[in-house]
Design a protein around this ligand. Structure first.
Ligand SMILES: C[S@@+](CC[C@H](N)C(=O)[O-])C[C@H]1O[C@@H](n2cnc3c(N)ncnc32)[C@H](O)[C@@H]1O
Length: 341
């Protein structure tokens, strides 16, 4: 039987498990329980202290309990090969790599990284489980590298824009051409240059045309759960029907209309780039955007700095491995969901 203290800890853990944005599964909120009580006196300084403590706690949990260094790096990729083969969404994907480019200072996206494979397979798994509908949704990927994640999102029906630095787009374009031939996918894919911190092309920020005439509605997240909020883009005639919906219909609408995911794998790896990356996330996301970020657990200081800064503007939740694709789990990778505060 649980002792009083254990019961409190279990209750706190349970309270941290929530649904966020357009993802229908549960995520563990990054927050500090003790300071969350002082909501009324929330001054800027206190919020900063809160983000600092929550980020430090997350790093302690990841490195202390998950112990990333004990498992094999590059479990799902071979960075010395010219080609990575992977089955996803009923297709055999061939992702070309350029191992020799890694010798050029600053070039990191010329080969695949585990976190990209984990995020891509997570998208497939979540979509199969109907927890993350991508069909018809505009999806923007940051720092696409070789493009595996964006390819998978397009195969799952997303209207995907894959982005990277201007001089890194050749390999990305080749991988899109080779893997996404006309007729073999439900969505679409387009490559655009985008450097974090620069002003984005309006095409990256504008909503997709089919959602352009809809308005954004905020609703309690999933009827019956009584927790959180879901922001939906609903055509006005559907909005009028909302009060009369059965919970099951309400749930399926919430899944279908939550909009615009944003993706990034292994993009939190350099302290100098953290603020530019965050500014890109802010510029490209709206209240309806659900951001999925996959990180490699190499450098605790960089991840802690990112989380601390990101928590000022975003609510962050961690997806535990039970939600990932069961064959693509690694304790060297972490998956986060972010939504705007
Ligand atoms: C470690 S690689 C990860 C590539 C890919 N997402 C994956 O998981 O295999 C980091 C990617 O971020 C891109 N990147 C780094 N700094 C960037 C910046 N300031 N603006 C845009 N992209 C950037 C790199 O060019 C590279 O493709």
């Amino acid at each position: 039987m649980a002792t009083g203290t254990e019961e409190v800890v279990l209750k706190e853990e349970e309270e941290r498990m929530v649904r966020m944005g357009s993802y229908g599964g549960m995520v563990r909120l990054l927050t500090v329980t003790a300071t969350a009580k002082s909501e009324e006196e929330e001054e800027e300084k206190e919020k900063e202290q809160c983000s600092y403590e929550a980020a430090a706690e997350e790093i302690m949990l990841l490195w202390g309990i998950q112990q990333p260094t004990l498992s094999k790096p590059n479990a799902f990729v071979s960075q010395a090969c010219l080609e990575l083969k992977l089955d996803a969404c009923g297709h055999s994907l061939s992702i070309f790599q350029s191992p020799s480019s890694l010798n050029t200072p600053g070039v990191t996206g010329a080969v695949m990284w585990d976190s990209g494979v984990v995020l891509g397979k997570f998208l497939e798994h979540a979509s199969d489980a109907e927890l993350l509908p991508l069909q018809g949704k505009k999806v923007v990927e940051l720092g696409s590298g070789c493009g595996l994640v964006g390819c998978i999102a397009a195969l799952l029906g997303g209207q995907v824009v894959l982005t990277d630095l201007p001089d890194r787009l050749r390999l990305l374009r080749k991988n899109i051409e080779v893997n996404l031939r006309h007729g073999n996918m439900r969505g679409s894919a387009k490559v655009m240059e985008f450097t974090w911190g620069d002003d984005p092309d309006p095409e990256l920020t504008e909503p997709p045309p089919d959602l352009g005439r809809t308005q954004c509605t905020r609703l309690p997240l999933y009827a019956g759960s009584g927790r959180g909020e879901c922001r939906l883009a609903l055509p006005p005639f559907m909005e009028r029907l909302l009060p009369s919906l059965e919970p099951e219909t309400y749930r399926s609408w919430a899944k279908a209309f939550a909009i615009a995911p944003m993706l990034g794998s292994d993009v939190i790896y350099s302290e100098e780039a953290v603020l530019d990356l965050l500014s890109a996330l802010q510029q490209l996301s709206g209240g309806e955007t659900t951001i999925f970020l996959a990180g490699e657990l190499r450098n605790d200081a960089v991840l802690e700095y990112f989380l601390e800064c990101a928590m000022k503007d975003f609510v962050i939740g961690r997806l535990d491995q039970r939600q990932w694709h069961p064959e693509y789990c690694s304790s060297r990778v972490v998956l986060y969901v972010l939504v705007r505060k």
